[in-house]
Design a protein around this ligand. Structure first.
Ligand code: ADP
Length: 215
């Protein structure tokens, strides 16, 4: 274990606790856990339209990492809405809260030493920026899973575009609600031009790049 002062844990950063909470200094640091697992914890934040390929790519990346002996975890928006975010809908405020919660869970998991993938539409730039702010520089990797709306709509794997066009699904991203594309993502995938395998390889290459302090 490290003999130096333990690095701050996820809830020991300035601004947390309002000065009234006195957190126990922890003897096992995030560096200790990462060293034990032999990996560099990061979050890969996949953003894009419904049907762009976020879940498909994230799942395949997790599978590859697992086979390589690296511990990862996928936080998939559709799954989380059955539990952690069961009380949330799709208003702008609820989407913001969904992203806040997922960012906090991802932060804990990164602190635990895991490689975390999130698969959420996360349509608004400001919300993604807030999520990024919760991580150390170089730890948050934004992956834009890009596809033209017409292609996503033609795929419609969950039949959600059909419902949105029929007017039975309000505030659906791309139809009744806007999607703000990232301006400077760490990685830009075009799933109408690149196969799943190519996209997965590019995500893995990004992960294996040495962490950079900034963008
Ligand atoms: P999302 O999670 O972004 O809503 P999904 O992964 O659930 O999207 O669905 C994407 C659909 O597009 C899947 O049926 C997948 O097989 C298909 N697809 C076709 N080409 C690609 C690609 N290059 N990358 C990812 N998915 C693709």
């Amino acid at each position: 274990m490290a003999t130096s002062t333990p690095a701050p844990g996820p809830d020991q950063r300035p601004g947390d606790g309002g000065g009234e909470l006195h957190a126990q200094a922890l003897s096992v640091s995030r560096q200790d856990r990462a060293a034990l697992l032999g990996q560099t914890p990061r979050v890969l934040w996949l953003t894009g339209l419904s049907g762009a390929g976020k879940s498909t790519i994230a799942n395949a990346v997790c599978e590859r990492l697992h086979r390589q002996g690296r511990i990862s975890y996928l936080l998939d928006g559709d799954h989380l809405r059955g539990g952690l975010s069961r009380d949330l809908g799709f208003s702008e405020a609820d989407r913001k809260e969904q992203i806040r919660r997922v960012a906090e869970v991802a932060r804990l998991m990164v602190d635990a030493g895991l490689i975390v993938l999130t698969a959420l539409i996360s349509p608004f730039r400001a919300d993604r920026a807030l999520a990024r702010d919760r991580f150390a520089p170089g730890e948050f990797l934004e992956v834009f899973v890009d596809v033209p709306l017409a292609v996503a709509e033609a795929r419609d794997p969950k039949r959600l575009y059909a419902k949105a066009r029929a007017g039975t699904l309000a505030s659906f991203t791309g139809i009744g609600s806007r999607y703000e594309p990232p301006t400077t993502p760490e990685l830009h995938l075009r799933t109408d031009e690149e196969t799943v395998d190519v996209c997965v390889a590019r995500v893995l290459a990004l992960l294996d790049r040495p962490p950079t302090a900034g963008r």
